[in-house]
Write a protein that binds this ligand. Structure first.
Ligand SMILES: Cc1cc2nc3c(=O)[nH]c(=O)nc-3n(C[C@H](O)[C@H](O)[C@H](O)COP(=O)(O)O)c2cc1C
Length: 188
């Protein structure tokens, strides 16, 4: 698949029909590690998680985090709860990879994450980035047994898409900014 086509096709997928083989995950992770990194230090680490108990713990932590989020404009507490449940549910039928970065180094893991998202598209698969923050990030790092000196960048889910994802002009979180509204010339 051509690079621009994969970039255009990539969408966050939160419903999966089934996960993928470890061989497939390794292929995607390897594509991730072709990313550039400061001084070529490759500050990333990956954890393939296939232990259902650990997946359930990560899903529960995500749920507990998201149900404490403030409602978006026009939404109430019910929607916050439904959205948090949806986040928890989307761990089902997915293959899970945690992407970590060496603390204090440049955030190279993020470049791996984009490579991995695009590699998944090229292989006909879907993915989504799952973020943890504050105490919930610390909790997820504990669940994953991260040693001192590493932090969790994100948990990624991969699998056969069970939905198309939001169309670019109908994202419910924030509408897409008009093209080139973010572009400046010479000075901001
Ligand atoms: C830093 C970051 C954190 C994200 N965290 C989550 C998350 O926790 N759960 C989720 O469902 N999607 C998450 N996403 C996906 C975004 O919601 C998604 O990229 C955005 O709505 C644009 O939609 P698209 O990816 O389909 O183009 C995250 C994306 C990024 C870049």
């Amino acid at each position: 698949m051509e690079a621009y086509e994969a970039i255009e096709k990539r969408r966050s997928i939160r419903i999966f029909k089934q996960g993928v083989s470890e061989e497939q995950l390794r292929k995607i992770i390897l594509a991730g590690t072709k990313a550039p990194s400061a001084g070529n230090r490759q500050p990333w680490e990956f954890i393939i998680i296939d232990d259902q108990k650990i997946i359930d713990q990560l899903a529960e932590t995500k749920y507990q985090q998201n149900r404490r989020m403030s409602p978006r404009k026009g939404e109430g507490q019910d929607e916050v709860e439904q959205n948090a449940l949806h986040q928890k549910k989307s761990f089902q039928n997915a293959s899970i990879v945690a992407v970590c970065n060496k603390k204090g180094d440049a955030p190279g893991a993020w470049l791996c994450i984009e490579n991995m998202s695009l590699a998944a598209v090229a292989d006909g698969l879907g993915s989504v980035i799952v973020s943890y923050w504050g105490n919930y990030k610390e909790e997820a790092e504990k669940i994953l047994g991260l040693p001192e000196g590493y932090e969790l960048t994100s948990v990624m889910k991969f699998g056969v898409p069970g939905e198309q994802g939001f169309s670019r002009d109908k994202n419910p979180f924030t509408p897409r900014r008009p093209e080139f509204s973010w572009l400046h010339k010479n000075r901001f």
